[in-house]
Design a protein around this ligand. Structure first.
Ligand code: SF4
Ligand code: SF4
Length: 120
């Protein structure tokens, strides 16, 4: 990761086709079982080398729905192996060994606090 979609998601579909790497799935395919959209942390590239900022969050009409999460890098894999998903569930990944691009200008503190990706 990356970014994370929270439970204020209204399943509007505005984000899914904006993702350049198909990291987002809808509520029917959310592997955690939650009934809202999900970002695979092992697929999200934070839109690095694609856009100036995360396209999903730019498209999302729900303020605060898409927030920063920890980088999906070797140093932070514990975050994704624990119960740190929105309401204490585990994340689900296709490739837990992946190492993904991350935006260095976003602080770890902001990521831990799940600050909004886009401030309206
Ligand atoms: S930040 Fe970019 S790569 Fe990540 S889920 Fe959103 S649109 Fe996809
Ligand atoms: S754009 Fe926002 S509210 Fe709409 S499906 Fe995506 S995350 Fe959910």
């Amino acid at each position: 990761m990356a970014v994370i979609i929270g439970d204020t998601c209204i399943n509007c579909a505005a984000c899914i086709d904006e993702c350049p790497v198909e990291a987002i799935v809808d509520e029917d395919d959310n592997p955690t079982g939650e009934e809202y959209y999900y970002v695979y942390p092992d697929k999200c590239v934070e839109c690095v080398d694609h856009f100036d900022s995360p396209a999903c969050a730019e498209a999302c009409p729900t303020e605060g729905c898409i927030t920063w999460d920890m980088p999906f890098t070797a140093d932070h894999k514990d975050h994704f192996s624990g119960d740190n998903y929105i309401d204490g569930q585990a994340y689900v990944m296709d490739d837990a060994d992946a190492v993904m691009p991350t935006r260095d200008d976003i602080s770890i503190e902001d990521r831990q606090n799940r600050e909004n990706v886009v401030d309206d």
